[in-house]
Design a protein around this ligand. Sequence first.
Ligand code: ADP
Ligand code: MG
Length: 353
Amino acid sequence: MKRFTTAISNMLSNDIGIDLGTANTLVYVSGKGIVLNEPSVVAVNQKTGRVVAVGAQAKAMLGRTPAHIVAVRPLVDGVISDFEVTEEMIAYLIRKAEESSKKMLGPKVVVGVPTGITNVERRAVRDATKNAGARDVYIVEEPMAAAVGIHLPIKEAVGSMIIDIGGGTSDIAVISLGGIVRSKSLKIAGDKLNTDIISYIRSEFKILIGEKTAETMKMAIGAVLPANPPLEVAIRGRDLVTGLPREVVITDSDLREAIGGSIDNLIEAVKQVLETTPPEILSDIMHKGVYLVGGGALIKGLRELLQDYIGIPVYVGEDPLTAVARGTGIILEDLDEYQEILIQNEDDLPPKR
Ligand code: ADP
Ligand code: MG
């Protein structure tokens, strides 16, 4: 009977899962999969306070806008607590999801949020999602959603460790019996590596490069272990002395030097979490390994380097950039099954860890 009523309700409405990442926002529609994957950027008209564009369209405006239009990254710049911006962003996402699907009768929405956001921000997300037309809103912490997305046995009495290296934050979480047992969120992730690269190129080559160039370089030749054969790219930037464009060749060893400090800090944080993990769970993790997700999981050599340092097998989760969104989808399709991992009411938030 339950299966039958679920089938009927699925015919009447498509429910939505949203991964509100610091760098990328993904939207999952039940029965369809991921229908939207856009940068988490919102363009706001400062004169009117209105959102003028969201996603790729807003990102294209970065650096090209008239003075009164600013492109912001809501989860990095703290705008998520700005209710109107958040609401417009979420309304936009729900609208887009509806366009790609049949009309929705007030969809149920599962939203993945970073573990680091404040209660005020979390409440803003919930209220904004409701106001944007959602029938019911379920909030899930992103590491938990990612663990579901890559099919870790989160509800069993077996501990798992998942490390989500995103744009603004890296979240390290130990999960057992449907709860987050230990966690740490740090602001060392993809964005920090980009600024590390910008500073290094400025001090070593006396050239100023932009964020985009740094990120492209990081993805193309960034490797935390020496690449064989060595990797290199030619990049153009502004010569700090002459003020004119100049081209230089950068190698993977330059990038390793640039991001080395941040990578060390990240590994140190993982060690700290392992050190405070209860022994039984630690023993599970040693057997089952540690899983990397998020865009940072794709940094060449990171898996091997981390594995060497902690002496525990490390794996890259399947399709690491979409793990959280797929997890929200799996949760949506079976809300009863995942009830206990969802934060439904701010008044019964899990105790602070
Ligand atoms: P968030 O969940 O915070 O939105 P994502 O998981 O989408 O973040 O990851 C985005 C980050 O991953 C960006 O900083 C991006 O530069 C980085 N990234 C994406 N692909 C790669 C890659 N192949 N190598 C290194 N970094 C990558
Ligand atoms: Mg993420």
